[in-house]
Ligand binder design. Structure first.
Ligand code: IPE
Ligand code: IPE
Ligand code: MG
Length: 246
């Protein structure tokens, strides 16, 4: 699917290297249609497919998708089972296609909380796509920013206790190396759909200087035009990183 660009030609504008998306609003999309929430999650998977395709077309190198938060386990068991069922199906049905598209997959989050068969499929998906480089796709699953930072602090403390890390050497870069995103560039742009304007525990360390774009549409309605307009908005922003303007 070709993407028609709005005000600026896609070639001349600054494209964010890493886009991270909080995919929110599946339940409201379903409710608005008188459908069960699971229908919204199914439509959300279609939107995931479109977003991956569009990211590659727009020249984005890294795409991180927040699919399931560590707090989402608190939802009713039936919904949790619907969501993990969709994940299982996605992993079984999409990996071959993603591999063919040149997508490299990685997962961040506490994968030990998923059932054993899903954990095996996650590992296989990472291994099977490890040589791809067209688009780096990171799925955040059972992910929470605070839990990630606490786990990194524990790992650093262990290294210090074992004598392999000098506490004085534990600077920002070194600490980032203990996070699940080690080696992944920080996101330049965070998009959240559904109209909510919060991060909901997403990439708390990594988004220190990310540009934030909140869209009023629900995730299942997110398509190439919305993706392009978020990138156009990003291109209009002036990033300063704390330095003097201009
Ligand atoms: C996003 O949609 C999917 C997940 C968080 C897993 P929601 O399920 O949060 O949908 P709303 O926010 O209730 O509409
Ligand atoms: C954030 O959405 C998590 C994901 C999109 C996976 P939520 O729907 O869980 O966030 P809150 O509860 O509105 O903050
Ligand atoms: Mg939500």
């Amino acid at each position: 699917m070709a993407v028609a660009c709005g005000e600026q030609a896609a070639e001349s504008r600054t494209v964010p290297r890493h886009v991270a998306i909080i995919m929110d609003g599946n339940g409201r999309w379903a409710a608005a249609r008188g459908l069960p929430r699971v229908a919204g999650h199914r439509a959300g998977v279609q939107a995931v497919r479109r977003a991956i395709e569009t990211a590659a077309q727009l020249g984005v190198e890294w795409l991180t998708l927040y699919a399931f938060s560590s707090e989402n386990w608190r939802r009713p068991l039936a919904e949790v089972l619907d969501l993990t069922g969709l994940l299982r199906h996605f992993l079984r049905s999409e990996i071959a296609e993603l591999k063919a598209q040149g997508v490299r997959l990685r997962f961040i989050g506490d994968r030990a909380r998923f059932e054993r068969d899903i954990q095996i499929d996650l590992g296989a998906a990472e291994r099977d796509t490890a040589h791809n480089s067209k688009l780096n796709l990171v799925l955040a699953l059972s992910y929470g920013g605070r839990a990630e930072i606490a786990a990194a602090a524990q790992a650093a403390a262990r290294a210090i206790a074992e004598g392999t890390l000098d506490p004085a050497a534990l600077d920002e870069d070194k600490f980032a190396g203990f996070l699940s995103t080690a080696g992944i560039p920080d996101p330049d742009l965070i998009i959240r759909t559904s109209g909510e304007q919060r991060l909901s525990n997403f990439l708390l360390w990594q988004c220190a200087y990310a540009e934030l774009v909140f869209l009023d549409l629900l995730w299942p309605d997110f398509g190439p035009e919305a993706f392009d307009s978020a990138l156009a908005e990003f291109a209009r922003r002036e990033r300063r990183f704390g330095a003097r303007p201009g």
